[in-house]
Design a protein around this ligand. Structure first.
Ligand SMILES: Nc1ncnc2c1ncn2[C@@H]1O[C@H](COP(=O)(O)OP(=O)(O)OP(=O)(O)O)[C@@H](O)[C@H]1O
Ligand SMILES: [Mg+2]
Length: 222
């Protein structure tokens, strides 16, 4: 069984008289532990696709199966359970809390789950170490570079040991060398944790490093 399966997914928006197809007949599946780059130009449907897999957005037609379970038949509680416990999100703008230190930012998802502070801190320090930022654990995000902030965001996404990591353009605000470093860290953690990674980019220069690429163009897989 595939971990994630999309069957003939369509998503369209009505803008006045015209229809915009964000996704058109998209069928894809992802195995456990797979590392996939979703790439394509601006407006090709990358965010829409990732949001469907994250159950943030719903298709107009088609079926999404997660661990064989039809998402459209899940209750709101089951969906938010899946989102909270099985998915780690990494965003383009890092979304760190400015008044918290790096380690406090990483600890947050655990504290929301009522994990004891000492354990949350220990786990968070371990993740910061994995992204090479142990020494900056007590710094606030505004004392860090973009690449360092994104590494904190990766540590935060992984601290709950998710089954799926969704990263929507995690390198969009970074220079090429830093972007490559971020991809390498994600690949290392993908190997180590066996989590399924999906990341989107419009930067073709990052694609040589990918085992699997899905190219979108105007909502189609090409
Ligand atoms: N809420 C919405 N209402 C109308 N159209 C939308 C909406 N959200 C997305 N779209 C349209 O759907 C298409 C796909 O958008 P999407 O955000 O998935 O693209 P993307 O590949 O992530 O682009 P980018 O690289 O700029 O982030 C675009 O044509 C977009 O304008
Ligand atoms: Mg997008």
């Amino acid at each position: 069984m595939k971990l994630i399966e999309l069957q003939i997914i369509n998503k369209e928006y009505k803008l006045g008289q015209t229809q915009v197809y964000a996704l058109k007949d998209v069928s894809l599946s992802f195995d456990k532990g797979e590392f996939t780059a979703v790439w394509g130009p601006s407006g090709s449907g990358k965010t829409t696709l990732l949001n469907m897999i994250g159950t943030i957005d719903e298709p107009c037609s088609g079926t999404i199966l997660i661990n064989g379970k039809d998402v459209s038949k899940m209750s709101d509680n089951q969906k938010s359970d899946y989102r909270n416990n099985q998915i780690g999100f990494i965003f383009q703008n890092f979304n760190l809390i400015p008044v918290l230190s790096a380690v406090e930012n990483v600890m947050l998802p655990l504290q929301i789950r009522n994990v004891k502070t000492t354990i949350a801190k220990e786990k968070s320090m371990e993740r910061l170490k994995q992204v090479g930022l142990e020494h900056l654990a007590n710094n606030r995000p505004d004392k860090m570079s973009g690449g360092q902030r994104q590494r904190v965001a990766i540590a935060r996404a992984l601290v709950t040991d998710p089954e799926v990591v969704i990263a929507d353009e995690p390198t969009a605000n970074l220079d090429l060398a830093t972007s490559i470093n971020i991809i390498e860290i994600m690949q290392e953690l993908n190997k180590k944790d066996q989590a399924t990674f999906l990341f989107s980019t419009h930067d073709q220069r990052l694609l040589d490093r990918m085992n699997r690429r899905v190219k979108l163009e105007d909502g189609h897989v090409v």
